[in-house]
Design a protein. Sequence first.
Length: 149
Amino acid sequence: MQISEFTEVLLDAKDVKGLSFEELGKQIGRSEMWTAALIFGQAQSTAEEAQKMISALGLEEDMEAFEHFFTAFASKGLGPVVPTDPLIYRLYEIMQVYGYPFKSIVHEKFGDGIMSAIDFTFDVEKEKNPKGDRVKVIMSGKFLPYEVW
C-alpha cells in the first residue's frame, strides 16, 4: 500500500502533538481503529469530524485540502499483492492458515453467508501474559446470509 502525502503529514502532526489514535478518536467521537483508518485514507468522515481532526492536529492552515482528504470517498484495501509489512502479512498468513476453518465455523453457527466488513467493528487490546504480552484482536461483523431465489 502506498501511503499518501496527506497521511504522512497527518502522522507527523500526530507524533508532534504526542497524540494516540485513541485520543484523536475521542476528540471526534470515533474508535481508535476507525480514526486510524481515516488517517490512512481508508474511511470517510463528515465535514464536522474532519474539522475537529484538523484542529486537533494543528493543521488549520491547510483546512480545505485536509477536509477534502477526510471527506472524499475512501479507497479501501492494500492492493493486489501479498502484503510485505511483517505485521500486516501475519494477518494475511492467519487467513491463509485459518481462513477455511473460520469460514466453516461461521457457516456451522450461522448458515451460508458472510461477515460484513461494512457493518463492522475492529478493536485491538493489549493482554498481559507471563509468557509475553499478547495482541488481542476483536472483530465484530454483522452476519449477512446469502439469498436463495
